[in-house]
Design a protein. Structure first.
Lengths: 276, 372
């Protein structure tokens, strides 16, 4: 009987294009799906693609125009690259390219003394890119203590009332916004026990949310978050993800497929951070 | 469909610099004031560089790219339920406004920014499915439903939980995730922001007819979200993020104009059967407006829909700007079909900063957008 990892890996390998992986079948490779696939499959060709597409400043960007640079995949690529100069340059980029300090906005308040990381360069910090950067730095460059502290502060600041995270606004116009499974999982993968109380509340929140949010990406990241967060046996989540893969092929979303292979396979250990 | 719009989209992927000098509204106002003062101080007259620059600042769009609006028809048809013969109502509406889709590849773009089972964030899937069938009845060569959710990265969750995938399966229509679609680099013919260009999904750029299908909702940064604002969902998250915050940074209201001018929806179907009031577009409460609004001019359609929400379209900043070049904002020149937008207006609650948008409010002007 094939395992979830084996099935996801077969699907994922079928998506390979020009040495890397695009966000959906038939699309040209991009850094995020390629980085995740490299981690999931321990794939040397994907790593080579990343190496070939790293910018001189160490970053990885996806298609963007003159006014927009999306470098949010750089932290993931740093994990995927493996030890060496290319990884160090990627980490240098992560450290040097945090979000902008932004005054708080009374309608959507946040801690104005924190930055975190954004989806696009020189903009606002959000939960998912900040989680990726925190994970990469905690794993690979713990000496970046100030940046890690800042990232943790952002995640603490953006926690939804009661626990868990959405994309990064917890209150808008005095309305408490709810957490989502996928972004909560993303934050938990970044934290892995750091910020003990928000982490514990996040695990509780994810336990409550996951069964109602049965998209492939949400389930895959949930499975990874639980396994990295001290709950290695979550057969009900794995079963739901397996069913979704069989039933929908995750709508061809290569990022969701790569997260499935990571969550169910040996690549997960490359994301495991143990507090010193 | 409209030949000019088709040609505009066909040439859009060209890579190049913005035609107009990139500028945002606040910079525009500041520079315009400075230019005026400088010209006076220097005694400069017509024919100099400064008046030409001032002209460009006053009109941040390429006039050649936007034909003058005519007198479009906008139809407001009564529909009090998502059950029953919605396909028939949609057919009536499309015919009433002269929507031409015969032989065309059609992309329907509903609003699925998010999914919340407790309220009415999304364009109802039954209306989307009915519109698929209506488009086919009108001779569309193909009909695809496409959206790039702005808050949720897990599109599968949104389209499954909302019921859209099941609704589309029932009418055998494909769904395309615009967040993970192939992209085209589109030069902007407007410069309300300094973006200069956008990466837009090829399924939208290459479609013969794009149909914007918004939910009739209030919006806590822009006042109202209708067919123009709905075009934000065409902007791919994998470039611009979740949320597509770079557009907010560029100026939310200005971005609405730039994005809508790039997408140029050919047909609009506004879901006002049940809309959202208050803290929209996500956290508001349902309100029955009992209508569907149809048009082929997004400015005229949104102006009509705003009136149905008891909002003054002239006070919605992005709509007032779009009315300068993108479509017909002069209410006297919009040919209304069906229900009367004033007589049948429903009092949509708005957040306090937007009270000034209400019809009959003493305060005029627009509302500045927030940033997050």
């Amino acid at each position: 009987m094939t395992t979830l990892f084996e099935r996801a890996a077969v699907h994922l390998r079928e998506r390979r294009v020009e040495g890397g992986f695009g966000p959906s079948p038939e699309l040209a490779p991009e850094p995020e799906p390629t980085g995740l696939a490299a981690i999931a499959l321990d794939d040397v060709d994907a790593v080579a693609w990343l190496s070939d597409h790293q910018r001189a400043d160490g970053g990885f960007e996806i298609l963007a125009g003159p006014a927009v640079t999306n470098d949010a995949a750089t932290a993931t690529a740093a994990v995927a690259l493996g030890p060496g100069a290319a990884r160090e340059r990627a980490l240098d980029h992560v450290v040097a390219h945090r979000a902008r300090l932004t005054p708080t906005n009374p309608e959507a308040p946040h801690d104005p003394d924190t930055r975190g990381w954004g989806w696009t360069a020189d903009s606002f910090g959000w939960v998912e890119p900040t989680s990726r950067a925190v994970l990469a730095l905690q794993l690979l460059r713990p000496s970046a203590a100030a940046e890690i502290r800042d990232g943790l502060s952002v995640l603490a600041d953006r926690e939804c009332p009661g626990g868990g995270w959405n994309y990064g606004n917890s209150i808008v116009y005095d309305t408490l916004l709810p957490p989502y499974a996928q972004t909560t999982a993303s934050a938990l993968i970044g934290l892995q026990g750091a910020l003990a109380d928000p982490f514990a509340r996040g695990m509780t929140t994810l336990t409550r949310l996951w069964s109602a949010e049965r998209g492939g990406l949400s389930l895959a990241m949930t499975l990874a978050a639980f396994r990295l967060g001290g709950r290695p046996e979550v057969p009900e989540v794995e079963r739901a993800l397996s069913d979704e893969l069989r039933r929908t092929d995750l709508l061809g979303d290569v990022v969701a497929l790569a997260w499935t292979a990571i969550a169910a396979g040996p690549g997960l250990e490359r994301l495991r951070w143990v507090a010193p | 469909m409209d030949g000019d719009r088709g040609r505009a989209r066909a040439r859009a992927p060209a890579v190049g610099r913005a035609v107009s000098e990139p500028i945002d509204r606040r910079t525009f106002l500041k520079r315009a004031a400075a230019v005026g003062a400088g010209a006076t101080a220097l005694g400069l007259g017509a024919g100099t560089l400064i008046p030409r620059l001032a002209e460009r600042l006053r009109h941040p769009w390429d006039a050649d790219a936007f034909p003058p609006p005519g007198s479009p028809r906008v139809a407001v048809l009564r529909a009090t339920s998502y059950d029953g013969d919605l396909e028939g109502v949609v057919l009536d509406g499309l015919r009433a406004v002269g929507a031409e889709v015969d032989g065309a590849s059609v992309v329907l773009k509903p609003n699925l920014v998010e999914y919340d089972p407790g309220t009415v964030v999304n364009t109802d899937p039954r209306l989307v499915a009915a519109s698929v069938l209506a488009m086919r009845r009108l001779g569309a060569a193909s009909v695809t439903v496409a959206e790039g959710p702005g808050h949720r990265r897990d599109t599968q969750f949104v389209v499954t939980s909302s019921g859209l995938l099941d609704a589309l399966a029932a009418v055998e229509a494909p769904f395309v995730d615009l967040n993970t679609s192939p992209l085209a680099r589109v030069r902007l013919d407007t410069s309300f922001t300094d973006l200069g260009e956008l990466w837009l999904p090829r399924p939208v750029v290459e479609a013969d007819v794009v149909v914007s299908m918004p939910k009739m909702k209030t919006h806590h940064w822009a006042g109202a979200t209708l067919s123009l604002k709905n075009c934000f969902g065409c902007v791919p998250g994998r470039v611009y993020g979740w949320p597509k915050n770079v557009l907010h940074w560029a100026g939310l209201e200005q971005s609405i104009v730039d994005v809508a001018a790039a997408v140029r929806p050919d047909v609009q179907i506004v879901d006002g059967i049940v809309g959202m009031q208050g803290n929209g577009p996500i956290q508001g409460t349902p309100i029955s407006a009992g209508v569907l609004v149809f048009g082929t001019d997004p400015v005229a359609t949104d102006a009509t829909a705003a009136r149905l929400m008891d909002l003054d379209p002239g006070r919605i900043w992005y709509l007032s700007q779009a009315a300068r070049f993108l479509g017909q904002g002069d209410l006297e020149r919009i040919r209304q079909v069906g229900e009367d937008p004033e007589r049948d207006a429903v009092d949509f609650e708005v957040l306090p900063p937007f009270e000034r948008l209400k019809v009959g409010s003493d305060a005029g002007g627009s509302v500045d957008a927030g940033q997050a």
